[in-house]
Design a protein around this ligand. Structure first.
Ligand code: SF4
Length: 368
């Protein structure tokens, strides 16, 4: 398939891996900040062909995974209200809240619908004027423009029965928060190519300068990731820092200005709770006061930053790169994709799901 096979060429991958071995002279730790990249790394065994001195750690790059449990509880509570229809992407339906998930709530009678676009939820609200239709909008800068467009459409159509439970997150403030941690071991970032396709990469340049590290805009195919790692290591070995963009076939420095204009019209930057990372200042998007009529948090009187309930799930450590999924005692025992204890095991971009799917651990030897 065009644009896929050509970025999975085994000979080119071997050559890039050889170049990575050639340039590496000492230990380095890099973090990828996208769940799609995590899955690609684990699926294609990219970490296994790197020199032993190079450590890849997985960051908070799965938007479903960083969504606080309390927001999922709020979505479930809305879905259970008589007359309400709760719409969201399929990834959200099996993410555990405190006691249950949206799919289980649906089996108990709540009207929960999977949609492919927030615009589907707007169309549903127009078809069902006697129902309260709420779209649960989760995602990074990649999905926020479509959510913004849905609000603009709902406003144009004067839909009074449509609202948004907004849980959009911004990647650069999370990178800053990770780097501000005194225990942080990150020496370079692979930035998420799709986020940069929307937002551009100018916002990453001050981070690279302030923390004196390389940030490389990276795609999702094996050659993209190997190229991103090579660029990062080349800069580190030369004692240099800064931003590089080898993903230029998709990403331009200014990004997608039309999408950014929709976001600026509809959203304002707000403090946001990240699962396992607490509240990160100015790391989320909330509806601009001019669109408050579409804010489900106001309509249903929800706490914007509720306290996270206790959980045996250690996904907060996984999302900060402090714990590999294998090292969680629940991995593959009490926690599996069929019975997930945390979002990182059930989301299609979650690190625990990637390890479970592509790196099954051998069964323990039978005791004699
Ligand atoms: S294996 Fe399960 S319990 Fe452990 S961190 Fe991952 S999702 Fe949470």
């Amino acid at each position: 398939m065009k644009y896929l096979e050509e970025y999975r060429d085994p000979d080119l991958a071997r050559r890039l891996a050889g170049e990575i071995h050639r340039v590496t002279t000492r230990p380095w730790t890099l973090m990828e900040v996208c769940g799609g990249q995590t899955h690609s790394i684990v699926r294609h065994g990219i970490d296994e062909v790197l020199p032993p001195d190079v450590t890849l750690i997985h960051g908070p790059g799965c938007p479903v995974c960083v969504t606080p449990v309390a927001i999922i509880d709020a979505a479930i509570a809305i879905a259970r209200r008589p007359g309400a229809i709760l719409c969201s992407f399929g990834d959200m339906l099996r993410v555990p809240g405190t006691d249950t998930d949206l799919l289980a709530a649906r089996s108990e009678g709540a009207d929960v619908r999977m949609v492919y676009s927030p615009l589907d939820a707007v169309a549903l609200a127009a078809r069902c004027p006697d129902r309260e239709v709420v779209f649960f909008g989760v995602g990074f800068e990649t999905t926020a423009p479509a959510t913004a467009l849905a609000v603009l459409q709902a406003a144009d159509r004067r839909l009074s029965n449509f609202s948004m439970l907004v849980s959009h997150a911004l990647v650069p403030p999370a990178m800053e928060a990770l780097l501000s941690d005194p225990d942080a071991s990150i020496q370079g970032f692979l930035a998420a190519g799709h986020v940069c396709a929307v937002m551009g990469y100018a916002g990453y340049e001050p981070i690279a300068a302030r923390h004196r590290l390389p940030i490389v805009v990276t795609g999702f195919e094996p050659l993209d990731i190997l190229e991103g790692i090579l660029r990062c290591l080349t800069l580190l070995e030369a004692g240099r820092f800064g931003l590089e963009n080898p993903y230029a076939r998709v990403v331009r420095r200014p990004g997608n200005e039309t999408a950014q204009a929709w976001m600026q019209r509809v959203f304002q930057v707000v403090d946001r709770a990240w699962r396992g990372m607490g509240i990160i200042p100015r790391s989320g998007l909330g509806l601009h006061p001019g669109y408050a009529a579409f804010d489900a948090a106001l309509r249903f009187d929800l706490d914007p930053n509720p306290v996270e309930p206790e959980s045996p799930c250690r996904s907060g450590e996984v999302l900060r790169g402090r714990l590999k999924p294998f090292d969680c005692p629940e991995f593959g025992t009490r926690c599996t994709p069929e019975h997930p204890l945390g979002a990182t095991m059930v989301s299609s971009e979650g690190a625990c799901a990637a390890y479970f799917r592509y790196r099954p651990r051998p069964a323990p030897a039978p005791s004699s």
